[in-house]
Design a binder for this molecule. Sequence first.
Ligand SMILES: [Zn+2]
Length: 219
Amino acid sequence: MNIHESKLRFGIAKTARQISQLGYTRSSDGNISARLDDNHLLITPSGVYKAWMRAQDILLIDLDGNQINPYASKKPTSELYMHLEVYQQRPDIRAVIHAHPPYATALTLIGQPFPNELVPEALIGLGEVPTAAYATPGSQRMAENIRNLIRQYEALLLDHHGCLCAGRDLDDALIKLERLESVAQLYWLAHQLGKIVPLPPEELLKLKDISVSYRQNPE
Ligand SMILES: [Zn+2]
């Protein structure tokens, strides 16, 4: 194992523990992958408690989903197809986090679209966040349901399920996930207080312009 693979394994395990500590996923839910090279991915196994994920638990697979070490004691996440779909559609994407953050997921339970115009950082950092139609978790249909969306967007809600955040590295995907959940939480809090006052239309146009350049060259 080279140093690059070793570092990436540690990065994925650390991110898994992080999303568990932040409450973005519970139990063994959620999964993380990262591009190792042009033909291989590293991905979290199924059934491992996220708070205890270790670098040696992470599995090596090819872009067709075949496990490189067939004698490994664990199998890749059941949501493998969804991860493979992202990498197939987006050569620029190097990391994918799928989680079940409660505030963001709750929006999908009532059919509420993600409030991407709620505050400036939502629009700038995430842009539009569409909701992928429901499909049984782990199914090929789930991968099909994100296919067109992930070509254009990097943060998606998954109806009655959770979310998917893709990035140029693990940190980028985690930043998107944390922003997504914090905006959803803010939306819930504001709703407890009263009617939400929208940002003015001219400000939204300005923020959309900033959003495009920010996401091309984030600082
Ligand atoms: Zn899931």
